[in-house]
Design a protein around this ligand. Sequence first.
Ligand code: AMP
Length: 215
Amino acid sequence: MNLILLGAPGAGKGTQATKIAERYGLIHISTGDIFRANIKNGTEIGKLAKSYIDKGELVPDEVTCAIVKDRLTWEDVAKSNGYLLDGFPRNLFQAEELDKFAKLDGVVNINIDFKLLMDRLCGRRVCKECGESYHVSTLNGATTCARCGGELYQRKDDNPETVGSRLKVYEEQTAPLIDYYTKKGIILNVTGTEAPAEVLFEQVKALLDDLAKRA
Ligand code: AMP
């Protein structure tokens, strides 16, 4: 089962992705995580990506598409039940490129009220080790991950100015993909709320269990 996870920044894609990948035995591929790993390791791709990420803009399509195309050829993907793309595609060009080298079964689209996102993203803290996300309001001052003990940090692009750009990019470039995949008949809509991630995952699970039966 090959899936895409679609949703605005802060909609909870990362958290849902971990849960989906675990339940259905899928390889989780996050372009944002790939770029952040490249930045950390000081690679050429990392240097290029950083200049865009820091401004809340998209990394050029040719670079991003090449990374994903290559990643899908890795052995772990071939040996798994499929993959889950998180943060890719981000615009119509990327979606059309993806159609050339991938066969998709479903697109989970997390709809969420935009008003919730600024606070969610600016208050987000992420584990350096396992990537788990938290919100400062629920941490009670904790600075380490409850799951693995890793150190929590604030992503550099989780500041009001960059978040503003990222939400604009989402509205202008990524939101049209909802229509693109609806027309293909593979969209699976769920509604994100302020409720815990488990509540949203119940909706996701109901749709994906059904899809898995048919796949
Ligand atoms: P994310 O972790 O998905 O929020 O991505 C963080 C940043 O990485 C985005 O704001 C973009 O600058 C960049 N990025 C991630 N995925 C893509 C993509 N598919 N195309 C272009 N840029 C991307």
